[in-house]
Design a protein around this ligand. Structure first.
Ligand code: SF4
Length: 176
């Protein structure tokens, strides 16, 4: 039986959801037996592959780069999972939403700078007006809340998906 193609994506998040994924410890062996990790911050691949069975996405969509990435990921992924509160609700990244982007950047890079004040423009992704959850811009097949979701929950979710079942999460997850 061919292995399932699994990817993980890190958008505007703190990496805590990826850390929680690594915390599934010995269950990682079971994942490795059934799936190939084809993309993500834990592997070397530079480009998102053309076909992926399951992609776990951490973080909100905050920049133009995030937006283009998640749209590409959606096109190439059969089953897309919003992993963690930032992906599900935009959570922490959304704390900047009440402040207009221009004002936010000036406060940080001009008023807040001790040396070389100036908003960076070279090689820096353009911020969207607001950080938004994945479901605002692409279709999401499964939401897994938590900040981060506990390792046991992630192990359950991935285990079920690898068996070809949609995890039943009612009563098993919570925000925060
Ligand atoms: Fe970090 Fe929590 Fe957001 Fe996950 S949901 S990326 S742990 S802030």
């Amino acid at each position: 039986m061919s292995k399932l193609r699994l990817a993980t994506v890190w958008l505007d998040g703190c990496s805590g959801c990826h850390m929680s994924l690594l915390d599934i410890d010995e269950a990682l062996m079971g994942v490795a037996m059934k799936a190939d990790l084809v993309y993500g911050p834990l592997v070397d691949a530079q480009e998102f592959p053309k076909t992926v069975d399951v992609t776990l996405v951490e973080g909100a969509v905050s920049s133009q780069e995030d937006l283009e990435k998640i749209q590409l990921v959606r096109q190439r992924t059969k089953l897309l999972v919003a992993l963690g509160d930032c992906a599900v609700t935009s959570n922490v990244p959304a704390m900047r939403n009440p402040v207009p982007v221009k004002k936010l950047l000036e406060r940080i890079y001009v008023e807040g700078a001790d040396v070389h004040p100036g908003v960076p423009s070279n090689g820096v992704p353009k911020l969207l007006k607001a950080a938004v959850p994945l479901q605002d811009v692409v279709r999401v097949d499964l939401h897994v809340p938590g900040c981060p979701p506990p390792a046991g929950t992630i192990a359950f979710v991935v285990g079920e998906l690898l068996e070809g079942r949609m995890p039943e999460l009612s009563g098993k997850v919570r925000f925060g």
